[in-house]
Design a protein around this ligand. Structure first.
Ligand code: PRP
Ligand code: URA
Length: 209
């Protein structure tokens, strides 16, 4: 079974509470989302493999450390996942970025794929899939399957707000993928929106309805 990491850091809960407020506009919502993504990224990247290499300080030679291997790829689920990319890139500016386009059909609530573009050698990278909302889990499950079909073996999923139903579905479908959430909310409503949640993340980021 995959691990569920719930962040209860005061900076994160403070910023997330402002995002949840109905009167918070798109500009603040976007800024706060990226700030939280950066704070979460510090923990999500904790177990990145490192390797030693020789460096010269002004005084002597020593063994420094650098991130090993093909490094990271960040894969946002469009649209709303885009809102978390810049925050993570601030931490890891050399990361590559792939994109998966999925939207939830308003009637069935099932994800529909419309776009997929991955960086080279995606299969040998550690991939962090990002999306602010994990509701039924359908979008995350399909996005991760798409990556596994392309040979990716090391995947983490990072979101802002999750419903217990989505966490359970994702853990069942992909027990090897650790899940990082800023908050675990109460439940889904009849329209499969998260309660108390923050509404439609994509609409709040981009100012659409
Ligand atoms: C939202 C959200 C997730 C998905 C979560 O996207 O950003 O991708 O719903 O729901 P699920 O866990 O039930 O699949 P949406 O379909 O609204 O598309 P958008 O990002 O383009 O607004
Ligand atoms: N997608 C959202 O943007 N918000 C929810 O609460 C559920 C799915």
């Amino acid at each position: 079974m995959s691990k569920l990491h719930v962040f209860d850091h005061p900076l994160i809960t403070h910023k997330l509470s402002i995002m949840r407020q109905v009167e918070t506009g798109s500009k603040d919502f976007r800024e706060l989302l990226n700030e939280i993504a950066m704070l979460m990224g510090y923990e999500v990247t904790r177990d990145l493999p490192t390797e030693e290499y020789t460096i010269e300080t002004p005084l002597e030679t020593m063994q420094g450390k650098r991130i090993a291997g093909e490094k990271l790829a960040i894969v946002p689920i469009l649209r709303a996942g885009l809102g978390m990319v810049d925050g993570l890139l601030k931490l890891v500016p050399v990361a590559k970025v792939g994109h998966i386009g999925l939207y939830r059909d308003p009637e069935t609530h099932l994800p529909v794929e419309y776009y997929c573009k991955m960086p080279e050698n995606i299969e040998s990278r550690i991939v962090i899939v990002v999306d602010p909302m994990l509701a039924t889990g359908g979008s995350a499950i399909d996005a991760i399957k798409l990556l596994k079909d392309r040979g990716v073996v090391n995947i983490k999923f990072m979101c802002l707000v999750a419903a217990p139903e989505g966490v359970a579905a994702l853990q069942e479908a992909h027990p090897d993928v650790d899940i990082y959430v800023a908050a675990l909310d109460r439940q889904l409503n009849d329209h499969k929106y998260i309660l108390p949640g923050l509404g439609d993340a994509g609409d709040r980021i981009f100012g659409t309805k």
